[in-house]
Design a binder for this molecule. Structure first.
Ligand SMILES: *[C@@H]1O[C@H](CO)[C@@H](O)[C@H](O)[C@H]1NC(C)=O
Length: 434
């Protein structure tokens, strides 16, 4: 409950800051870039975005050097750190600094507090210095983290349909498997999922889950990943049967759940040749209640039109994935579409994400989060429901223990397991018993 109150203050403060901030396309703003702070050029002057930022080692924050007076800003390498969207977002969210500090003063057991912006930057309190990986790259993108995704989207029912016909052999199958895994990683406890493979026949990768959806918790996601790894190609791709089966299952599960649910089919294939229009006529039109997202795998574009058509006629999104490197970014696209329904309702639901951690500044930080979405309150954006980002904070272990009855015991075990792991790897001190 305390975390909830602190988060709400952060979310409201970010929304107000945005409300009173007018976008300035020529804005110049020398913010504290976590990658550049305390960096001098050969003349002994601080580089742009790299001003002096006092850091002090702090027991409470994994023994890292931190600045408890200010937050610092991380921007992934593939986002331009002086883009006007970034500069405006960082500028307006400076208002969070006071709230971070005040929250921490009110509850010194609080740990990391942060704001992941939809524009791509990550404001972390207390401020830290960020170290790139061995290739000089900062890959961490808050928008891809589970806490961000879970807070930014409403609960989803997803069926992943993968083509395992003969033409999908080799690299295509590898890309398809990676795409499935990446989709699975965007799901959490509030979502339901199944994975169907098809060639001449339709088969559930887990036959025990036939005809239903299962909770997309960590156990089930890992289970699916293992089974997907074993998929092999053969035969001809009969997409129609697989789509029919998917619609049938989604229709059935939605009976009890009402209209709140957000349903989608993710079709992964290198092309669809049949005359499949009648499937959509029978199951999804005219309401188009189920969105269909299509991922065309491989370099060949012969069947691109068909695959595009399926997505466009079912309120989905078409993407072409030709290399493994394309997967992450293309999969994330679907979230922008699925996030809208909740954004319009302006739910300030608090999201508990599963225990996990991130590798930051060369050591492991606990990033088990409670998170809350932040929306624009500007008049002109209200009807579109613009998501500004997600605020989050880590839950102190004590509080998690107190809430344990409400939280799943299996997750608590994972949490504790990870904590022990972090302490072992992070500090190289003997195992502590909590
Ligand atoms: C926009 O930012 C620039 C540079 O910081 C500043 O000179 C200008 O006055 C700002 N414009 C408005 C309308 O605030």
């Amino acid at each position: 409950e305390t975390s909830c109150r602190f988060l709400k203050r952060l979310a409201e403060s970010a929304e107000d800051a945005d409300l009173y901030h007018e976008f300035n396309s020529t804005l110049e703003f020398d913010y504290y870039n976590a990658l550049l702070i305390n960096t001098m050029d050969s003349n002994g002057n601080y580089v742009e975005l790299g001003q002096e930022f006092p850091l002090e080692k702090n027991e409470h924050f994994n023994k890292l050097p931190v600045n408890t007076q200010m937050s610092s800003i991380q921007v992934p390498t593939n986002v331009y750190n002086k883009d006007s969207e970034i500069l405006n977002g960082v500028y307006m969210s400076e208002a969070l600094n006071d709230i971070f500090v005040d929250n921490f003063e009110k509850d010194p057991t609080l740990t990391w507090q942060y704001f992941g912006s939809a524009t791509g930057f990550f404001r972390l309190y207390p401020g830290i210095q960020w170290t790139p990986d061995e290739n000089g790259v900062v890959a961490f993108d808050a928008r891809n983290r589970n806490w961000y995704i879970q807070a930014a989207t409403s609960p989803k029912d997803i069926i992943i349909v993968v083509d395992i016909s003969g033409s999908m052999k080799g690299l295509r199958l590898t890309i398809a498997k990676h795409t499935i895994n990446t989709i699975l990683e965007t799901l959490g406890e509030n979502d339901f999922v199944n994975v169907i493979a098809y060639s001449d026949y339709v088969s559930y990768v887990e036959p025990c889950f036939k005809g239903t959806l299962v909770q997309a918790d960590l156990d089930n996601r890992e289970h699916f990943k293992l089974l997907v790894e074993q998929l092999q190609v053969k035969g001809e791709g009969k997409v129609k049967k697989a789509m029919k089966e998917s619609f049938r299952v989604l229709n059935e599960v939605s009976m009890g759940q009402g209209s709140l649910c957000n349903q989608a089919i993710m079709l992964i294939t290198d092309g669809a040749m049949e005359d499949f229009q009648e499937v959509f006529e029978e199951f999804n039109w005219p309401e188009r209640r189920v969105r269909v997202f299509t991922y065309l795998i491989g370099r060949e574009l012969t069947f691109a039109e068909n695959v595009k058509w399926i997505a466009c006629n079912n309120k989905g999104y078409y993407t072409h994935i030709s290399t493994l490197a394309d997967v992450q970014e293309n999969v994330m696209e679907y979230l922008h579409v699925l996030s809208r329904p909740m954004v319009i309702n302006h739910d300030h639901d608090i999201i508990w994400t599963e225990a996990y951690m991130d590798t930051v500044v060369g050591s492991l930080l606990m990033m088990t989060s409670v998170a809350m979405p932040v929306f624009s309150k500007k008049e002109e954006t209200l009807s579109h429901g613009i998501l500004l980002g997600v605020v989050g904070t880590d839950v102190p272990l004590r509080e998690l223990m107190r809430l344990a009855p409400r939280y799943k015991v299996s997750n608590l075990n994972i949490y504790l397991g990870l904590l022990v792991h972090v302490e072992l790897k992070g500090s190289e001190t003997p195992l502590k018993h909590h």
